[in-house]
Design a binder for this molecule. Structure first.
Ligand SMILES: [Fe+2]
Length: 318
């Protein structure tokens, strides 16, 4: 009897110490989706018109600084947005950052700090009323952590700005250039808990795209790999968003009936990609690509993952 009693005390003690250990080690809070992407543009009015009048999105928040628009936020749905910023440097990369949604930005801050990543000393409330901050991934891409606030400019627009004209109601992924895929995988998979779901590429021997799904949601980020310094045009294609549509031909017919703002690249014809999903690429004034794509492969069977070699870019010394 005495032995059983001490054994029970022992078990209770170990459970308590396990809980304490868990309590001491910061845990990663859920990441439930891809929240937005922020693009720079050389022509703010043109890009605003493109997203509003052509793609059909409502500009839900507009911020000004020194009498000029410093940020235009377009609403895809209640938890996904496209942010447009006036360029700071001409002919620089058009992607400013992308954002993932967490349920607890402060817990994520503590967690990322425990992993050695540079984060602010506290979780700030941003200009739109959300809890947000930046963390820079090992390749230099800015990943914003966002937890939607219950008050502020964005919360005030809840239930509004969901135009019936918008060409898609879901941003299924964002894609961004990744020079070193190993570094990217160590951050997004090992630290943030993303799951790799697919690899692909135009050349079966080389992997150009790696799809990583957010750990507690459905959306993905598409790591855009390369092994040679990309041209400006190529960069605009790599740093992109994908908007999901039900029927690519109906989507094309709708967009054909609208006036595309002048000066942009001609969209690609509808066709199935390597992933067997029907798609069209549209381009904004800076050459930034908007991929409109059906959710399912045309035959309902997912394309197999590539077994090729992951591309990697090693900058050459001048
Ligand atoms: Fe894509």
């Amino acid at each position: 009897m005495k032995t059983k009693f001490f054994a029970l005390i022992g078990i209770l003690f170990s459970i308590c110490s396990m809980v304490k250990a868990e309590g001491d080690i910061p845990q990663r809070p859920p990441i439930i989706g891809v929240a937005h992407i922020g693009f720079y543009t050389k022509d703010l009015d043109h890009t605003r018109s493109y997203l509003r009048d052509f793609m059909g999105y409502d500009e839900t928040v507009t911020l000004e600084k020194d009498g000029k628009v410093s940020l235009s936020v377009f609403k895809v749905n209640e938890r996904q947005f496209i942010e447009i910023f006036p360029e700071r440097t001409a002919n620089s990369s058009r992607i400013y950052h992308f954002a993932v949604e967490t349920t607890d930005a402060e817990a994520m801050r503590v967690y990322l700090k425990s992993k050695g990543y540079k984060v602010p000393d506290h979780t700030p409330v941003g200009r739109t009323g959300n809890y947000n901050y930046f963390v820079t991934d090992p390749n230099g891409t800015i990943c914003e952590i966002v937890q939607y606030g219950k008050e502020g400019k964005m919360a005030d627009r809840c239930g509004l700005d969901l135009s019936k004209n918008r060409i898609s109601t879901h941003m299924s992924h964002v894609g961004f250039m990744v020079p070193d895929v190993d570094k990217a995988l160590s951050f997004y998979c090992d630290v943030l808990g993303f799951k790799e779901v697919w690899r692909g590429g135009g050349n079966p021997k080389k992997v150009s795209w790696v799809h990583l799904q957010v750990p507690e949601g459905y959306e993905t980020v598409e790591l855009m790999l390369y092994d040679e310094k990309p041209s400006w045009e190529r960069m605009g294609s790599m740093n992109h968003i994908c908007l999901e549509v039900q029927d690519i031909y109906k989507t094309k017919a709708i967009l054909d009936s609208r006036q595309q703002p002048e000066g942009v690249k001609v969209p690609t014809p509808p066709k199935a990609g390597i992933n067997k999903k029907l798609q069209i690429n549209y381009y904004m004034i800076d050459g930034t690509r908007i991929e409109l794509m059906e959710e399912q492969p045309y035959d309902g069977i997912l394309a197999p993952s590539s077994k090729g070699k992951l591309m990697k870019y090693i900058a050459k010394e001048n």
